[in-house]
Design a protein around this ligand. Structure first.
Ligand SMILES: *Cc1c(COP(=O)(O)O)cnc(C)c1O
Length: 439
């Protein structure tokens, strides 16, 4: 992964044991026996005299060797540390924690959710390949799929509707099916088992954007057939609107035998040389080593700290969101309310199957005069973010979805009167009182 090994020739990849595998996180397999709440605070924290409680921040661009031979060994194997664009101990510790929380085998942490999405797609697609994505996507993902990836010869079909629509869009060159665990803002829940089955039948992998699934807390898609999870750590993982990051996590059972990126070259192919570690190896090589979308160590520290309280925050936020959705549904001054935890939402049955801890912290509702409503809020804050400890609202029609064609906006559940709310940890009664006076 260092400069001598970026050309991807067989001799340079001839150390399968050097692939970043679980060995980099020896505690991860033990951690999977822990509950989410325990793993979130215990994973990766060393024990012993003078050890820090929490991850130390390694503010370093490079790491030392004591001999020429040590440096040569590292440049051949990439097993350890050399240059922080590729790996940093603080970032690595965060990766181990996310791997444990998502139930994966390896995580690559990157500078943003966008970096994670791009890296995940490019890890299995190249020019001539095809992606099928469900249409109710985060705007940045739609942008990458429809504006950026075509520059590299990768085509995307956006489908609206469930697994049947995805099946109809599959082609022989389809390498990836992409969906959001809980879509924003419409709240559609991915039918993981159905999507995994048809992706795998078509020789493709299933990637889930688990941002709204809260880093594995509401749902860990890898346990339900997904092959990889990408997410923005900017939202619930960081949790305080103070840091940006993203991650790609791979599961153990993905099958790359039908993807030429991994099989070209026969005995010298990526798959032959790196085995089950090939996918994460390529993600680190692409996202961090080559494209330089590296997560800063201070950001990794803040995100790791955020993960320690994610279960407390998102559990409470999800309960508050349900209470608010029920209250708003019965409110005479409020139009349609969309929240997957409400029985009238099309995804309600999937909530029972995949989201036992709640349907998440995001809901939308329709008001008569969104401009007047937003001008009056005093607790709610107007900001285009999700997963903050503070309740945030936006008017998607004029902001987050403002550039999308009108019909597509409406199809995504965004109307001129729609308010999107990401519920924070404030007291329910205070939130209700603020909304009431603003209505
Ligand atoms: C925010 C978000 C992203 C992009 O993450 P950034 O950290 O902003 O780059 C991707 N997917 C979803 C669902 C998001 O909400």
């Amino acid at each position: 992964m260092n400069e001598p090994s970026v050309r991807l020739t067989s001799s340079e990849m001839a150390s399968p044991e050097a692939a970043p595998t679980e060995a980099a996180h020896p505690e991860a397999s033990a951690d999977r026996a822990w509950s989410y709440e325990t793993a979130a605070v215990q994973t990766g924290i060393a024990r012993g005299l003078g050890q820090t409680i929490g991850f130390p921040v390694h503010a370093a661009a490079a790491f030392q060797f004591s001999t020429l031979e040590e440096a040569q060994e590292e440049f051949q194997t990439n097993a350890g540390l050399s240059y922080a664009r590729i790996q940093n101990p603080t970032v690595r510790a965060l990766e181990g924690r996310i791997t444990a929380l998502e139930g994966g085998t390896e995580t690559v942490a990157l500078a943003s959710g966008q970096a994670a999405t791009l890296t995940a797609i490019l890890s299995v697609c190249r020019a001539g390949d095809h992606v099928v994505a469900t249409s109710s996507l985060f705007g940045g993902s739609t942008g990458l799929l429809t504006n950026v990836l075509p520059l590299m010869g990768i085509e995307t079909t956006l489908v609206s509707g469930g697994p049947d629509a995805v099946r109809a869009a599959l082609r022989p060159q389809t390498r990836l099916v992409w969906a959001e665990m809980i879509s924003n803002p419409s709240g559609d829940v991915a039918d993981l088992a159905a999507l995994a089955n048809l992706a795998h039948a078509g020789g493709a992998l299933l990637a889930i954007d688990n941002t709204c699934g809260g880093a594995g807390y509401l749902c860990a898609p890898l346990a339900h057939g997904a092959d990889l999870v990408a997410q923005s750590l900017t939202k619930w993982a960081g949790g305080h609107g103070s840091v940006m990051g993203g991650a790609v996590t791979v599961g153990a059972s993905h099958d790359l035998r039908r993807n030429p990126i991994y099989t070209d070259g026969g005995d010298a192919s990526l798959l032959a040389l790196r085995g089950v570690g090939a996918l994460a190896w390529r993600q680190r090589w692409l996202g961090a080593s080559q494209m330089g979308m590296t997560l800063a160590p201070h950001s990794a520290f803040l995100i790791a700290q955020g993960l320690e309280t994610l279960a407390l925050r998102l559990g409470r936020e999800s309960a508050t969101a349900l209470a608010l959705a029920q209250w708003l549904s019965a409110h005479p001054r409020v139009g349609a309310v969309s929240y997957a935890g409400l029985e009238d939402h099309p995804s309600f049955p999937l909530v029972g199957r995949y989201l036992p801890r709640g349907a998440g912290a995001v809901l939308t509702f329709e008001v008569q005069d969104p401009s007047a409503f937003l001008a009056r809020v005093q607790v709610l804050r107007i900001a285009p973010n999700l997963g903050d400890v503070r309740t945030l609202v936006v008017h998607p029609w004029t902001t987050t979805h403002g550039r999308i064609p009108e019909a597509a906006r409406r199809a995504a559940g965004v109307n001129p009167g729609t308010i999107r709310m990401s519920v924070g940890v404030e007291d329910l009664a205070d939130l209700k009182a603020d909304i009431e006076q603003a209505l």
